[in-house]
Write a protein that binds this ligand. Structure first.
Ligand code: NI
Length: 259
């Protein structure tokens, strides 16, 4: 099996004591590529350290997470912008960005300004945008719709909307990131997934967060992606190999990776 983890934060301190072993377990489980979204200025060094040490498997993306949009936004965003436009790093996506109304509503206007800027960058640099959306999916879809052109594409990471929202995202030629939540009991996502074509689905773990059952609540890691594959295969009533082949092809397409 050849899998792609399209969204994971493997550079975080949660993996500091066993990162190489964790990457080996992922490789053993068939996870061959890892796309790493940034969070904020504090995560940049460890992100770039990991991706420079594993250049053929770990791919960096740059952006400012909506939960890190605060009073110091200007300082934060300048650092991100400099890395995107005035450095020699090769980036594979813009993000993660988006809107989060769950944790804190204080900076919603600034979150929108931040998201808009990331959309502009994605269009300018022809890179996919990685969208985090919590309690804010309709606003996120609206902003993408408003800015849509033939080049703009990306992933609604950790998709947890309904069938209609999935349809709108697919219509905009964006992809749905599906991870551990699909294995949760009472999650409802598998009911929605039944009705979504896999043509616009990519796999993700969001490690170290959102571990799939039976590891729910514990540290997540990329090798657990196989549990997500197993669940999707059950829901769609197809083989795990088919799930892997379709979602990996989708991931390579959205990130413009030639094999
Ligand atoms: Ni994330």
């Amino acid at each position: 099996m050849n899998l792609v983890d399209t969204h994971c934060h493997l550079y975080l301190p949660e993996f500091d004591f066993d990162r190489e072993e964790m990457l080996q377990r992922a490789d053993d489980a068939g996870v061959k590529k890892f796309f790493l979204p940034n969070i904020d200025s504090a995560s940049i060094d460890s992100l770039l350290h990991l991706t420079s040490e594993h250049q053929t498997t770990c791919y960096p993306m740059m952006g400012l997470h909506p939960c890190s949009v605060k009073e110091n936004w200007k300082i934060e965003i300048e650092k991100i912008e400099t890395l995107l436009f005035n450095s020699n790093y090769k980036w594979f996506g813009i993000g993660e960005t988006g809107l989060d109304y769950y944790w804190d509503k204080t900076f919603i206007d600034l979150q929108k300004q931040n998201f808009q800027l990331h959309i502009d960058w994605a269009k300018q640099l022809h890179l996919p945008i990685i969208i985090h959306s919590r309690d804010s999916l309709s606003d996120s879809i609206e902003m993408i719709k408003k800015n849509k052109d033939e080049n703009l594409t990306g992933i609604f990471h950790c998709f947890s909307g309904n069938e209609e929202e999935a349809g709108q995202i697919i219509e905009m030629n964006f992809f749905l990131g599906i991870g551990g939540v699909v294995t949760f009991k009472n999650g409802g996502l598998n009911k929605v997934l039944e009705k979504i074509p896999l043509t616009h689905v990519v796999l993700e773990t969001d490690s170290p967060y959102l571990a799939p059952a039976p590891h729910r609540g514990k540290r997540n890691e990329s090798s657990y992606l196989k549990l997500v594959v197993k669940k999707i295969a059950e829901v769609k009533n197809i083989s795990e190999e088919e799930v892997a082949a379709i979602t990996t092809a989708n991931a390579l397409k959205v990130f413009k990776i030639k094999t």
